[in-house]
Every structure is written in C-alpha cells, then in structure tokens.
Ligand binder design. Structure first.
Ligand code: UD1
Length: 467
C-alpha cells in the first residue's frame, strides 16, 4: 500500500529530484513531468537507485497542455501536485522576459487547469524569498510587504502566488501551499543527485565547488561594501534535503485536512544569515580546500541581506531545518567530485567499448548508411582512442556482414548515438560534416534532431569540463 500518487513537475531538477526522493521515502508514488531543459535523464535513474523504487517519468513540456492532459489522464486519483518546473536565472529573465513569463506562468496555468479537470485537490508551489526584495525588518516574516520585483523572474513568482490565491478562493475543492525558499544549497548524502548548473553557475555555492575543482579560476565576490559585519551580502542558506522535506510536510498537511486556509504561505529557511565570506571560510573548513577569491563590484539587482523568520513553518508545519552549514557545504563538494568523476568515466566508457563500436558500425553499414569516407574517419578515430583489433581489414569485413538489430529501448539507442557523437568530436566539437553522419544514425535510431542536439551539447560540455 502506498500513500498515493503525487505529480512532480520539474522533478528531474535540483530541488525536484531531492523532493522526489523524500516523497518515495515517505511512501508516495511519484510521477514526474520534466522537459529536461535544465536537467538530465540520468537523474531519474539516480532517484530510483537511491530509493529502490520506480518513478513514472514523462519527458514533456508543461506548455503543451494537450500532452500534459493526456499524461495525467492515464493516472487516476493523483493526490497532489508539487510544481517546480520553471526557469530561474535572474539575469536571463531580464534579457528574455517573454520567455520567462510564458514558461513560468503558462505552465502554472496548465497545472491549475489539469487540477480542476481531473479533481486533483492539492498543490505545493515553489516560491521564493525574492518576493520580499530587501525587507525592512529582519528576520523577514510572511507578513512582510511584497516589494516590487527586481526582475521578470521575481515577478513570475509574485504573479504565480496571486494566480494560485485567486484560483483556490474560486474553487472550494482546491488547496495550495506556497513555500518561499531562501537559498537552497548542498546535495543528497549519497552524492548521486545534486545541482547541475548549465554553463557558468550564477549561484554562489556551485561556483565555489567548481572553483575548488579547478573548473573556474577564482570566485568573484560581488561587493564587500554592504552594511553587514564583514561587508559581504547575507543570505539564509538551507540544505536542499531539509527543503525537500518541507514539501512532504506541506503536502501531508493538505492531504490530512490540517491546513487552516485554502492557500497558505510559509518561509522555508534556517533562520540564520551567513555572509559570502562566511560561506567561503566554512567551505574551507569543511573540505580543507582553499578557494581563490577576488572582490569585485556589486552584482546588479542583488539585495544586501535577508534571512527568514521560520516560526510559522516551525509551528504550523512542525518542520525545522536540521542540517548544519558545514554539512551543506561538504555535501555540495562531495556531489561536485562524484559528478565530475562519473563524467570522466562516462567519457572513457564511450571511447573504450569495442562491442559497442562493432554494433555501431554495423548499424552504420546498414542500408543508406555511412559512406566510405565516414567509415574511414570512424575507424581512424577508433584507433586514436585506443580500440585495438588484430586485423582491421578482416574485422571490417566481418562487421559489414553482421546485422545488428536496433534496440527497442530508447536509452540504449541514445547510448549508441552518444558513442557516435564521441567519435565524431574533433577538438571538442561536432562539426558540420560529422554532424551529418550523426544525423544519419539518429534517423535510423528514430531519434529526432532536437535530441541529437541535446546529446551533442552534453558531450561537448563533458569534454570541456575534462579538458
Ligand atoms: C538568486 C536570485 C533569487 C533566486 C535564486 C535562485 C538574485 C538577486 N536573486 O538568489 O531570486 O531565487 O538565485 O537561483 O539574483 N555571489 C558572489 N559571487 C558569485 C555568485 C554569488 O559573490 O559568483 C554572492 C551574491 O552576490 C549573493 C550571494 O553570493 O550575495 C548568493 O548569491 P546566489 O547564490 O546567486 O543567490 P541569490 O542572489 O540570493
């Protein structure tokens, strides 16, 4: 017997994946809808690995209402939705406001529409302390006035809270809790899941761990002239697992009918503020590693200091953040190391597997496949990366008469394509000629160009990180 099904949008993301783990541990079944725009499929496997339980995963965009409706209609009796799926980069939102409003608002509207359509009663919404701007009184309570948003991203959170309030007040069968997150950091103790920033991280802790790993030269500290004890800005950093657990108690509260209002809002932080300098020093203490720092000017749109008054969440939800700062930082570091080591192994795996290479060539040989030039290129690349065969001519003859069946399993097909992409890389990039070759195989494997591009991007990133 499970406690019922919960739909988690954005469940492959940073906070979503940690929450999925806690939901499964608490006895719920988890359905995830995620378009993987800022996450990766392997995270789904990791959630299953940590919990030993199955996740029902659908790679879909929440903007596609017809598809979302179709997915949700296949399940009955979903008890609640935790809605994470959203864009979250402040700077990018200033450059691309329409993208942010469309993605963050329309996806919420679609979530509310399926809730009404299928009678799903409970919603936990990912909000942010960004709605307070620079509060006049610290620690900040839920009663503090909402300040004009400093970015379209921040505005989407404010608007979303209003849309949810209007919707639940108009519908007596709907309930919602918005959690206003402070600054989530750290990773699951297994180091199997964690934050996966694309490109150069915007947030402090991923920047610190990447600098410690040697991927970034130095940490730029944005301003030391704030009106704080050491001059650097102060935030309330909370371990992502503590934050994930707050979602479970919020959900349980609504499911058991213990909520006092149809829409409730809680601050989710630790109640402590730490400065940027304190984070850097505590990271050094936690890991024994030094980080090169450089003090630069303030970052536009940053506030000086904020930390949470968490008494409402403590009292009403019976929830408390428990994990200390040092553990937040050591877990972030353990994840960074584990993730980099896995990436490296992954890279090597593609280069070294002869069996895969043979199947790949057989696939490529089949009708309208690779041309002579492409085959030549691939064999040379195979030699370069250390695939050794006693007699290449004979091996090629054998392979050309061998028929390898296209695997049923999409993941396996993607692995073959990823193998080819690895081989197609020249100086860390897939160039046009090689791209055409990859496209041919993608076509045979029935993988669309969009997914091929995603695989290429990922592998190019791996190479860059390992370089
Ligand atoms: C930011 C957003 C917040 C959003 C959150 C989600 C702003 C103003 N706020 O939070 O709305 O919900 O991300 O991702 O952007 N810092 C450095 N050097 C760095 C990176 C950060 O000194 O390389 C400093 C920042 O100036 C800040 C602190 O570290 O004082 C934390 O920064 P960050 O992790 O980006 O979080 P917020 O800015 O609080």
């Amino acid at each position: 017997m499970t406690k019922g099904k919960i739909l988690v949008t954005g469940g492959a993301g940073y906070i979503g994946s940690h929450t999925a783990v806690e939901l499964l541990n608490d006895g719920y079944e988890v359905i995830i809808i995620d378009n993987l725009s800022n996450s990766n499929r392997f995270i789904i496997d990791r959630i299953q690995k940590i919990t030993g339980k199955k996740v029902f995963f659908h790679q879909e965009d929440l903007l596609n209402f017809a598809k979302v409706e179709q997915i949700v209609s296949a399940y009955n009796n979903i008890k609640g939705i935790i809605h994470f799926a959203a864009y979250k980069a402040v700077g990018e939102s200033v450059e691309k406001p329409v993208l942010y409003y469309e993605n963050n608002i329309v996806s919420l509207l679609n979530v509310l529409k399926v809730m009404t359509l299928f009678g799903i009663p409970n919603l936990v919404f990912s909000s942010s302390c960004t709605v307070y701007g620079q509060p006049d009184i610290l620690p900040v309570t839920e009663e503090a006035p909402i300040k004009k948003a400093l970015s379209p991203y921040g505005n989407t959170k404010q608007i979303a809270e209003e849309i949810i309030a209007d919707t639940v007040y108009a519908n007596k069968n709907l309930f919602s809790i918005a959690l206003r997150y402070f600054n989530p950091i750290g990773a699951h103790e297994s180091a199997l899941i964690g934050e996966l920033p694309l490109g150069i991280p915007n947030n402090l802790v991923p920047f610190v761990t990447q600098t410690a790993y040697g991927l970034r030269e130095e940490l730029k500290i944005f301003g030391n002239d704030y009106n704080t004890p050491d001059g650097t800005a102060i935030r309330d950093y909370i371990h992502v697992v503590d934050l994930a657990k707050a979602h479970i108690v919020a959900l349980n509260r609504m499911i058991s009918g213990n909520n006092k209002e149809s829409f409730e809002i809680f601050n989710i932080g630790t109640g402590n503020g730490n400065s940027v300098m304190e984070i850097v020093n505590e990271f050094k203490n936690a890991t024994g590693l030094d980080i090169k720092c450089n003090i630069v000017g303030r970052r536009e749109g940053d506030i000086e200091q904020v930390w949470a008054d968490t008494s409402l969440a403590n009292m009403e939800l019976g929830w408390n953040a428990k994990i200390p700062l040092r553990e937040m930082l050591s877990s972030a570091w353990n994840w960074e190391k584990a993730y980099r080591a896995d990436s490296k192994q992954e890279k090597e795996k593609y280069n070294l597997n002869l069996e895969h290479f043979k199947n790949l060539m057989a696939l490529g040989f089949s009708n309208n496949g690779f041309n002579a030039e492409e085959i030549n290129f691939l064999v040379n690349k195979a030699k370069d990366v250390g695939i050794s065969v006693a007699n290449w001519d004979e091996w090629m003859k054998e392979v050309s008469s061998f028929t390898f069946q296209i695997p049923q399993n999409m993941d396996e097909r993607e692995e073959y394509l990823a193998d080819l992409v690895h081989l197609a890389m020249v100086d860390g990039k897939v160039h046009q000629t090689e791209y055409d070759m990859c496209l041919k195989l993608a076509d045979k494997l029935e993988i669309d160009a969009e997914n091929l591009d995603k695989i290429i991007k990922l592998i190019e990133k791996l190479w860059k990180n390992d370089a």
